[in-house]
Design a binder for this molecule. Structure first.
Ligand code: XIL
Length: 382
């Protein structure tokens, strides 16, 4: 009898432990509603969210996001692991999840130097492909992947991270092989990627996406040059994604405004595509995936009130700038749903590891009230 009671009690505890996080935070406003007249709000979704293995994270996404990006499911490595083999199941389930919850679907990403298999650049004898062979491989990939989701994926990050910090083109295998080291061919792979994405889905929006655009003016100018080049050739480009992997000290208001205004001046939309704020004070600070490792992303000070206050202040500053430039900003996407899903560890998102909204969440919501207060001449208080 005792044992049975104990088991029943234990089941109750387990049940409560599983439901409490889900219930808490239910009374907070939905971010997508708060910013409905300003820009879309979204998040990167991982496998656990999409498949229902992390139901509390899925509940946050459903409540707060009206757009979502596949964190990894549409990257070349996952969707096209071998020359003759596509792996559609993850991407299909991501797109189905978004459609079920009426989220605008964003495809990330077609051409990137990272998370792309080695074979892509090699022939059968393991020698580097010729320019024509690589172009044809890239074309097949883009036509197949974009074509499959024609009419269902609203916008694509066509080229991701093609720039160095100084604004020159990154020396990737795409550039080396397709550019053949020739000055007049340096944009060729980018041009062709955009052309073929447009051919595969003429209604899809096409974006260039990169990090540090808000911290390096030279890099931002490099992105402006890409947009101008594509436009000068009559090639479709709809937007530039500022990834915005920030830190407690970055970006500055000036840096972010410089990026938004100079990109928007070229006539494209600007979107924040991978927002998170690194809380760790030490270690690598950038957003180069090859340098971020889970081993060095722990953050002992993450829970400290001081850290959370700084995080809230930085988020509030960023959202105030985004609201100020709302006519140019179409979307703000967080890179993850809650802290445990973040690729950089620490405490970089708006929801903590127990799925609870953090001080930063409330600070972000408040920026909207203050913004409207500024616009109608009141101080934003009720
Ligand atoms: C990251 C994912 O979040 C990780 O799960 C993966 O292991 C590495 O890539 N810039 C990008 C994203 O454009 O695709 C990266 O996503 C983060 C940096």
């Amino acid at each position: 009898m005792r044992t049975r009671q104990t088991i029943t009690m234990m089941s109750l505890v387990v049940l409560l432990a599983n439901t409490v996080p889900c219930m808490a935070g239910q009374n907070v406003p939905a971010l997508k509603d708060v910013f409905t007249n300003h820009f879309l709000i979204g998040g990167a979704l991982n496998r656990n969210v999409v498949t229902g293995r992390d139901p509390n994270a899925a509940a946050i996404a459903e409540k707060h996001f009206n757009t979502a990006t596949a964190e990894n499911d549409l990257k070349w490595q996952r969707v096209h692991p071998r020359l003759d083999q596509y792996n559609w199941e993850p991407a299909d389930s991501f797109v189905a999840f978004c459609e079920k919850h009426q989220m605008v679907v964003i495809g990330h990403c077609l051409v990137w130097h990272s998370q792309v298999p080695r074979w892509v650049f090699l022939d059968d004898s393991e020698n580097a492909l010729t320019r024509d062979a690589l172009l044809s491989r890239m074309r097949d990939h883009i036509l197949t992947v974009v074509g499959r989701y024609k009419g269902r994926i609203k916008g694509w990050d066509v080229v991701n991270e093609a720039l160095n910090e100084d604004g020159t083109l990154r020396n990737t295998q795409w550039l080396q092989i397709i550019g053949e080291g020739a000055e007049n061919k340096q944009y060729d792979y980018i041009e062709n990627a955009f052309r073929w994405a447009h051919e595969a889905d003429p209604d899809a929006e096409l974006y260039y996406n990169d990090y540090s655009l808000e911290t390096s003016r030279a890099k931002c100018d490099g992105a402006v040059a890409i947009v101008k080049h594509l436009k000068s050739k009559g090639i479709r480009i709809d937007g530039v994604g500022i990834q915005l992997h920030g830190s407690l000290a970055h970006p500055s208001v000036e840096g972010l405004e410089y990026a938004i205004t100079s990109l928007a001046a070229t006539g494209v939309k600007v979107m924040v595509t991978e927002l998170d704020i690194r809380t760790q004070a030490r270690g690598y600070r950038g957003a180069d995936v090859s340098q971020v490792s889970r081993q060095n992303t722990s953050d002992p000070s993450a829970a400290a009130a001081e850290t959370q206050k700084k995080l809230a202040d930085k988020y509030a500053e960023i959202f105030s700038v985004l609201l100020k430039h709302e006519k140019d900003i179409t979307r703000v996407t967080f890179w993850g749903v809650y802290d445990a899903t973040s690729w950089i560890g620490g405490s970089p998102l708006l929801f903590d590891r127990n799925y609870q909204p953090k001080e930063a969440f409330f600070a972000v919501v408040k920026t909207k009230t203050s913004h409207e207060g500024r616009q109608d001449g009141t101080d934003g208080e009720p």
